[in-house]
Design a binder for this molecule. Structure first.
Ligand SMILES: [Zn+2]
Ligand SMILES: [Zn+2]
Length: 861
């Protein structure tokens, strides 16, 4: 009676069949238009860089997103689930050099390869909305946004120190420098260079980016904390110290103006303009400053100026404290940076660690001006950093608390116009210039006759896109490769018609990924980056899923971009994503998978050996999605064996399930899964218990418990590992009942309910097998459109439950009572228990506390 099909689960055959069917049905994963009457759900996984090969981290990320998308489809949502390619960037240039393949060709071939892998994995993306950032149809809108931001004063150009990776031969953002080295070249020290750069004025949104974090309750707290620290807001006071014997001022920023009477020196960065003035006529000082600057440069290259050995030199000049009129010496120090704050500080050794260290080294006066509230042994306390104190040695401010003094001193500065309150941020403007080929050309021109004053002329909109020339020689000899393409560089000034040069830098690729998710909503628009009305329907993204390594860069830039879009009137949302989920890493043998460690597991190998369903399901089963997952091939094999059991179970009993007619189905009303509007039924209607035998009741109870658990997990914790485990338990119970199922002790409609629902629960995790078995069971249409099952609490309820009985806090017995029993019944059962009777014999029961359904506590004397 068992034919071959029944015995053998062959994922290769099933998965190929369904991949072909799905490919022939482009509407299957397509979102409905904004006029849809279904509620919308936008689920998004971070788009990959097209390296040519998916890795297991991708598989895990996409398996999570796909499970969610599928479940939301089944719940009747209008789901947008798109995919695209973050296709600009350096590896294409490196590959071009190595293999002599043009970057575009290399990138597009990689995209094709990875798309094949995604289709093979059965990921449900709407490919009609695919976005490829290296194509002119996309990057022209980067240029368009650049021009809009230029018009709003959000783009500017300035000479600045840049991080230069000699290996990349390009500029790196601060965020791309890790411990002084390039983020891509962990062994390569980053150098400092001075270059004219284009910047986005992200600092204009610093306060809003910070405040907005409070509204992002659906984001992991660790990501919000990382962003808060990155933005780095501090409140303080700016104060001008006058230069003795001169008119110049030295502006310092301090968060502790209450300690200013303890300032015993002012210290300048080696590159502070006054230092040049002082050393102009002092060769000795000049040499010493050069040495300090050199030390600072080295520390910057090593990535940690904070760890520098603090050294300085006195200039022999004095500054005047504007509050006290006191003269304090001016020093130059190697740990003060010109591009941080004002490039000058007041040094208060009694109340600052770093200043204390410096003053001790150079014998500078240490003067206490804050006394602790708890009067301890004064001198030994220094440096005393806390703000829990009162002022001393501070003239008219003596006796004020630190906080009071900060307020009053700040007001005094403003009154006398030598200072003001100030909020500073650690966040810097976003440098977007890259001296690379494979990126978006920056749409600016330099008019050779300076017709527009500064010579800067934006490319007019009707000349967009500025196309990236395709056939060019890319060598990484420094400078922009585009600068060596005369047909690109030489052009005509749109203002005066004279000769002009194009900007030859390209944009940071983080520009591409800052707004790609808006493009998905209107991916083929050739008149605009996207349609605002459609974006308003889909945004914010309901669930964004990606790696925690993007917690700062990508996610701050995208938040910034959304605020700019809002201010351009293109979107109404303040934030791009309502909820963010960061999945854990995939590791093997205790380490992150990497080529250098030789522990990479290829998704293709796993799929070839065990099938896409087993590979995906294992990625969800092996660990909670937010934790690291230690890849074990045995585990994949185990999941594969489980799916084979499901296969055998369902194919064996499918004929019985199929034999359930519409009439007999009425026995278990509400479970006609072919009815599109099948919703929850009143519990009573579902339980014609009189007609059903013991095994039916037991199996249905397990089924409805499993539905409840999985539904809850999708809505809450996303512990998909326990969802899979629950499905495994359900299958075990069905297998245990195999004899009864075979003997026909379970009516056909119940078999049908059991097996169809099992398949529905499996569908988000193992879509190929689910599709095949759904068809096998006679389910109508696509399993993806079948309604997600609803748990009936009446059926899920256990008949009897176990209740622990404690005597004086000590567990004594466990009694079984009917589920939902009232307190009196539970008490009676507890007191009747043999062990309880033994323990209470001859004693008096002072109190009985019954927590219905949970516990009984007896207090006995
Ligand atoms: Zn590098
Ligand atoms: Zn001109």
């Amino acid at each position: 009676m068992a034919d071959d099909k029944e015995l053998r689960y062959d994922p290769a055959v099933i998965e190929q069949k369904w991949q072909e069917r799905w490919a022939a049905d482009p509407k299957l994963y397509a979102a409905e238009p904004a006029t849809s009457n279904k509620p919308k759900y936008y689920v998004l996984e971070m788009l990959p860089y097209p390296s040519g090969q998916l890795h297991m981290g991708h598989v895990r990320n996409y398996a999570i997103g796909d499970a969610l998308a599928r479940q939301m489809w089944m719940r009747g949502y209008n789901v947008l689930h798109p995919m695209g390619w973050d296709a600009f960037g350096l590896p294409a240039e490196n590959a071009a050099l190595k293999n002599n393949t043009p970057p575009r060709e290399w990138t597009l071939a990689n995209i094709a390869a990875m798309k094949r892998q995604m289709l093979r994995l059965g990921l449900g993306y709407d490919w009609a909305t695919e976005v490829t950032t290296c194509l002119p149809e996309y990057y022209r809108w980067n240029q368009w946004f650049f021009l809009r931001m230029y018009e709003k004063g959000l783009v500017y150009r300035k000479k600045s120190k840049v991080n230069w990776c000699p290996e990349c031969a390009t500029v790196l953002a601060n965020e791309q420098v890790v411990d002084g080295c390039c983020w891509r070249h962990e062994e390569t020290q980053v150098e400092q260079r001075d270059l004219e750069q284009w910047f986005f004025r992200i600092t204009q949104y610093a306060e809003e980016l910070l405040q907005g974090l409070e509204t992002l309750e659906g984001w992991p707290e660790k990501v919000r904390t990382m962003q808060r620290n990155w933005i780095g807001r501090s409140e303080g006071t700016e104060v001008d110290f006058g230069l003795e014997g001169g008119t110049q001022k030295i502006r310092v920023f301090t968060t502790r103006v209450d300690t200013i009477f303890g300032a015993t020196s002012v210290q300048l960065a080696p590159e502070h303009p006054l230092v040049a003035t002082f050393s102009a006529t002092d060769a000795r000082l000049r040499a010493q400053v050069a040495e300090l600057l050199d030390e600072q440069k080295k520390a910057r290259e090593a990535g940690d100026v904070g760890a520098i050995e603090k050294r300085g030199v006195s200039t022999g000049r004095y500054a005047i404290n504007p509050y006290s009129g006191e003269r304090v010496p001016i020093w130059v120090a190697n740990y003060i940076l010109m591009d941080y704050g004002t490039g000058a500080i007041m040094s208060v050794p009694a109340h600052d660690e770093r200043d204390f260290e410096f003053a001790t080294r150079y014998g500078i006066e240490i003067r206490q001006v804050i006394k602790p509230l708890q009067d301890e042994d004064g001198a030994k306390l220094l440096p005393f950093i806390s703000e829990d104190g009162v002022l001393i040695n501070s003239g008219e401010y003596d006796g004020l608390t630190c906080v009071q003094a900060q307020d009053q001193l700040q007001k005094a500065a403003a009154r006398s116009a030598f200072g003001e309150g100030k909020v500073v941020f650690r966040l810097k403007d976003w440098g977007v210039s890259r001296q690379r080929y494979w990126g978006t050309p920056i749409p600016m021109l330099y008019c050779l006759s300076n017709c527009d004053g500064d010579g800067l002329v934006p490319v007019p909109d009707d000349q967009l896109p500025v196309l990236l020339p395709e056939k060019i020689d890319i060598t990484q000899q420094g400078g922009s490769p585009l600068g060596r393409v005369p047909s690109f560089v030489n052009t005509t000034c749109p203002k005066c018609g004279g000769p002009a040069r194009r900007e030859t830098d390209t944009m940071d690729t983080f520009v591409d990924s800052s707004w790609y998710f808006y493009r998905y909503t209107d991916a083929r628009d050739s008149k605009a980056p996207f349609d605002p009305a459609t974006a308003q329907y889909w945004f914010p993204i309901d669930q964004y899923i990606g790696g925690v390594e993007h917690a700062i860069l990508h996610l701050i830039y995208s938040r910034f971009w959304t605020k700019v879009l809002r201010d351009l009137g293109m979107v109404k949302n303040d934030e791009p994503a309502r909820r963010l989920f960061t999945q854990g890493m995939v590791i093997k043998d205790g380490a992150k998978m990497s080529k250098s460690k030789g522990n990479v597991v290829s998704p293709d190998d796993m799929v070839a050996r065990y099938g896409a369903d087993a590979t995906r399901m294992y990625a969800l089963f092996a660990a909670p999605p937010d934790r690291d997952l230690d890849w074990q091939e045995d585990g994949v094999a185990g999941v594969s064996r489980f799916l084979a059991r499901v296969w055998r179970l369902v194919t064996k009993h499918a004929p019985q399930a199929r034999s359930a007619t519409q009439e007999s189905t009425a026995l278990v009303k509400g479970h006609d899964f072919n009815r599109a509007d099948s919703g929850p039924e009143p519990a009573g209607a579902l339980a014609p218990a009189g007609g059903l035998s013991g095994p039916s009741t037991k199996l249905r109870r397990k089924l409805h418990q499993t539905i409840a658990k999985i539904t809850q997990d999708f809505e809450g914790r996303w512990h998909f590992n326990t969802c899979v485990a629950a499905i495994m338990e359900l299958v075990n119970e069905l297998q245990d009942a195999d004899a009864q199922l075979t003997a026909g002790e379970v009516p056909a409609p119940v078999v049908r309910e059991l097996l169809q629902t099992l398949i529905l629960l499996l569908a988000p995790f193992a879509p190929f097998l689910a599709a095949e078995l759904w068809e096998e069971l006679g389910g109508e249409g696509s399993v993806l459109r079948a309604p997600w099952p609803k748990s009936d609490p009446g059926l899920a309820r256990e008949d009897e439950i176990e209740i622990p009985v404690q005597i004086n806090g000590k567990l004594t017995a466990v009694v079984r009572v009917a589920a939902g029993a009232d307190p009196k019944t539970i008490e009676t059962a507890a007191l009747a228990d043999e062990k309880v009777r033994t323990r209470t014999a001859g004693k008096s029961i002072v109190k009985v506390i019954v927590v219905p359904g949970r516990a009984v506590n007896l207090v006995v004397k």
